[in-house]
Design a protein around this ligand. Structure first.
Ligand SMILES: Nc1ncnc2c1ncn2[C@@H]1O[C@H](COP(=O)(O)OP(=O)(O)OP(=O)(O)O)[C@@H](O)[C@H]1O
Ligand SMILES: [Mg+2]
Length: 309
């Protein structure tokens, strides 16, 4: 079996701004056709990482290979081969949908004779066919994001960087945007996408979690849950509930307790508690526990745990 080289390979990628280390010895690989979700709190270094991968920002140290190109030696060489929908993607408000796409076709040097066909493809994919003459300024948030995605795709890049493409977009439009991402991935496009939405992360093939410039975890959602949680997420029904949530949070061996609907959601350090001993501990503090159920851990549980360390 031949294995194709990784689409992205990053080793000890580091970027300093003065004394501040925005990206700190980050290493990972992305395989062809993967959808990788990149998460982390505000200011953790996600955008800075993407900008270095796209040849827009020079790393302080480390190596970056994207589509076989050494991006540090040849930052211009990578640009025609990637699509980048930046966090503040620039659409031209007084241009129409069609004119925006045509503008980006020019930026990306799409050959004149291919332009009409490419634009038609992108309009179809993004579902924008009925809106070609609409000024960008009149599009709602979800449609703007679709147009921005289309603009990043006019040159058919095999690799797409999306920086928070769905922030501020309603749940239905987010779902539809993700359908587009899957459609692209099914067609072979490799996708690197940052998000703050856990439900989106759950749908990625692999997920990275950054904090203060460091990549704390990078794996499939399933592997992350197995590695960090060992199935130790429980929901408790207790009275009074808020008091129980707070009491649980102060117990040793409880990595986290939070309110989730009408339950207390807890992450238990493996072996620290049994449902019986935990019930007894709360009962001893004057609370009533009516149920303790093991539940499927979520990525949010994993990231909360990582962020707390
Ligand atoms: N050009 C710059 N000069 C100085 N500091 C910078 C520069 N660019 C980014 N930073 C700092 O680097 C850190 C990481 O920023 P970055 O934009 O990569 O975070 P992020 O993870 O994308 O955050 P967000 O989720 O808010 O988009 C921040 O503290 C930011 O202020
Ligand atoms: Mg950012």
């Amino acid at each position: 079996m031949t294995t194709s080289p990784p689409t992205i390979s990053v080793q000890h990628l580091t970027r300093r701004f003065g004394d501040f280390i925005a990206v700190d010895h980050v290493s990972f690989e992305v395989q062809p056709g993967e959808v990788v979700g990149y998460l982390g709190p505000n200011g953790s270094g996600k955008t800075t990482t993407i900008r270095m991968l796209c040849g827009l920002l020079r790393p302080s140290s480390g190596t970056v290979s994207v589509l076989g190109i050494d991006v540090i030696r040849d930052p211009e060489g990578i640009k025609p081969h990637i699509g980048y929908m930046s966090q503040k993607f620039a659409l031209y408000d007084d241009l129409t949908v069609h004119e925006n796409l045509a503008f980006y076709a020019g930026v990306y040097d799409v050959p004149r004779k291919l332009e009409a066909q490419r634009l038609a493809e992108v309009l179809r994919m993004a579902g924008l066919e009925g809106r070609t003459r609409t000024p960008a300024s009149e599009l709602s948030g979800g449609w703007r994001q679709r147009l921005a995605l289309g603009c990043a795709l006019v040159h058919h890049p095999p690799l797409l960087f999306l920086d928070e493409p769905t922030s501020g977009v309603d749940p239905v439009a987010r779902r539809e945007f993700w359908d587009l991402i899957y459609e692209l991935a099914a067609g072979g496009t490799t996708i690197f996408v940052t998000t703050h939405y856990m439900d989106e992360a759950e749908h990625c093939g692999r997920v990275g979690f950054m904090q203060r410039g460091k990549l704390l975890a990078y794996d499939t959602p399933r592997a992350l849950k197995e590695q960090y949680l060992h199935g130790a997420a429980w929901n408790l029904a207790a009275e009074p509930l808020l008091e129980a949530v707070e009491a649980l949070d102060t117990l040793p061996g409880i990595a986290q307790s939070r309110l989730e609907g009408d339950r207390a959601h807890v992450i238990v350090t493996p072996g620290a508690w049994t449902p019986e001993s935990l019930t007894a501990a709360l009962t001893g503090q004057g609370m009533t526990v009516t149920a303790v159920e093991p539940v499927e851990p979520t990525l949010e549980d994993v990231f909360t745990l990582l962020a707390r360390r």
